[in-house]
Design a protein around this ligand. Structure first.
Ligand code: SF4
Length: 335
């Protein structure tokens, strides 16, 4: 999508203080699914949003695509501010921003032939004047995702899970988007297939100059695909940094616990991780814990952690984390 400012440094995607809330229990209670999230994504990079189920990461992606209403905040994709207000802006977004879904079994209409599934966004966006032109484009797209052209004549159930995800990816890139939200794109697949899909996404990113928001529940997959990583807990980003900063120098106890669950990610750090194994379930966002929302599960929690909300602490120009202990560590020593 073009950027009216012409500034090459301007992020393609910008999110500021995003809040998404849902009323539950007949409107008597509010779920703060996303509670003040901010990030940028530059052209050609992959920002991974990582957190357990219930962290709000998928809701962030849904807010960007206008699937859920936002309570507060500002969002922009290209030069379109969200939610898009004009029909022209909505059309541009439909073409330039796409989503790859978690479940390749339920995200494809079982009664439609694969060629029609992939041609659907072409038709909807007026790409390809004739059926023949669209068929040619479908064959190209199937080739880009590593499927034969005759796959267009088959139904989704005739493919494996990995092949179905390839079909979903072909549909997502059909309109030549700039930005794709990948919502847990490999978590429903066998481990042996996951690497193939991750490699395919990486290859398409380089070839088609794509920008990704990659949503995942663990750090095992995102370490391969990310330029930067943001870790979410109960609706907030608790740590954000470059891939190496977050993987090699995890600074929030929650990030350390997520990394501890990834075997062999860095054996040299194994001994230091023993104290940050993650126990218990993520609390309900209807009634989140006071202070630092991670305190009931944090092995390093202190008395103030249940009273005071930690502010983001800057660890480098690109790395920050919200934990009281980090603020203490950086205070100049007295005497
Ligand atoms: Fe743990 Fe306290 Fe840091 Fe929260 S602020 S992560 S409870 S030490």
């Amino acid at each position: 999508m073009s950027d009216a400012t012409g500034d090459p440094q301007r992020p393609l995607v910008s999110v500021r203080d995003l809040k998404v809330q849902f009323a539950v229990a007949g409107g008597r209670q509010v779920v703060r699914a996303v509670d003040g999230v901010s990030f940028d994504i530059h052209r050609g990079e992959t920002l991974s949003l990582v957190g357990e189920s219930g962290s709000g990461k998928t809701t962030v992606g849904q807010a960007l695509l206008g699937v859920v209403p936002i309570a507060e905040g500002e969002m922009r994709i290209g030069d379109v501010s969200l939610p898009a207000r004009t029909a022209a802006d909505r059309r541009r977004l439909r073409r330039s921003a796409q989503m790859i879904f978690q479940d390749p079994y339920s995200s494809l209409n079982p009664r439609m032939r694969v060629g029609d599934i992939i041609a659907e966004p072409l038709r909807a966006n007026g790409i390809g004047a004739t059926r023949g032109e669209r068929q040619k484009r479908v064959a190209e797209l199937l080739g880009l995702v590593g499927l034969p052209a005759d796959a267009a004549d088959l139904l989704p159930h005739e493919f494996s899970g990995g092949q179905r995800q390839r079909i979903g990816i072909a549909r997502a890139i059909a309109t030549e988007p700039d930005f794709i939200i990948c919502d847990e794109p490999v978590s429903a697949l066998d481990v042996s297939i996951q690497a193939q899909i991750v490699n395919l996404l990486g290859g398409l990113q380089k070839r088609l100059h794509l920008t990704y928001l990659f949503i995942a529940h663990d750090l095992a997959v995102v370490r391969y695909v990310s330029s930067r990583i943001a870790v979410m807990y109960l609706g907030k980003i608790v740590e954000i940094g470059t891939r190496d900063e977050v993987i090699r120098n995890p600074s929030h106890p929650y990030t350390q616990a997520l990394l501890a669950a990834v075997p062999g990610i860095d054996p040299a750090r194994e001994a230091t991780r023993q104290g940050v194994m993650l126990g218990g379930e993520i609390p309900s966002p209807i009634n989140p814990p006071s202070g630092c929302a991670f305190h009931p599960r944090c092995p390093l929690a202190e008395a103030r952690c249940s009273r005071e909300v930690p502010r983001p602490h800057r660890l480098s120009a690109t790395h920050q984390a919200a934990c009281h202990l980090l603020a203490d560590a950086s205070e100049p020593s007295k005497g």
